[in-house]
Design a protein around this ligand. Sequence first.
Ligand code: SAM
Length: 269
Amino acid sequence: MDESEFLSIIALITAQTGIVPRESHKIGIKNFIEKRLKEIDTQGLPYHSYLRLNKEEFDLLINAATVNETYFFREEAQFQLLKDKIFPELRAKLGTSPMRIWSAASSSGEEIYSLYLLAQSLNIKSECIASDINSSVLEKCRAGLYASSTTKKIDGAKFHYLLAPFQKADKSVSFPAAVSNKIERKQLNLSDQAAVFPKDLSLIFIRNVFIYFTMEMRRQILEKIVNESLNSGGYLFVSMSEIASIEKSIIPKELEKCSDGKVFYFRKK
Ligand SMILES: C[S@@+](CC[C@H](N)C(=O)[O-])C[C@H]1O[C@@H](n2cnc3c(N)ncnc32)[C@H](O)[C@@H]1O
């Protein structure tokens, strides 16, 4: 594969997903393509043309091109704020209606299970949705089986007591169907303006994904979330390390930036 063919493929990834791969990720993408070119018959087409005609192949490439790192109760300070302030406030506001929660770039699901378990522990009825562009991580979320490496001692450990009922002796986590069936899963490309975003949400976690997008793409996604998904008085969290990279000019006027100690978040007016 020559350099111009590779650049066409990277341009296609960016056009279809919003992801602008970093130099370090490009190496992995190149290795994946070279492996695939040995395995498949593109019938004489350059790989970028083959990708345009073959959605399954494009999905495989995206599964290889995305960075899926995640773990339970990541950024525990945010979970502490949910526990102490935001969940009680939303519960009082919602009454008997369920609290709808969306993990909008869920990866393999540790984030949405963390949110579900926290809500359960506070006797809050929730409806939880996990979405991601990557089909293989969503399959992992469906299975609900996690190696011990998806818990971290330095961050999130404060809430590991909520995982304890589902942990085996080796500390791996296995959710029974009664729990995993509570999570709705959806393959969804956030950068697709025609995508149907979940509606009527009280809480959206969209963490550690904006870093892969251009500022304009971040703006479009925030606007679509505010217009289509987040209820008034609802909350939106990005990762604590991303908050500084959300320029003021791209924040929709309906979203106010709030802080509590070192935790920053957004609330829809
Ligand atoms: C680093 S993980 C973040 C997981 C979790 N939110 C967390 O903070 O631990 C980033 C996720 O964003 C997903 N992603 C990347 N581009 C996306 C897009 N255009 N639409 C939806 N998900 C996307 C990736 O597949 C990956 O699973």
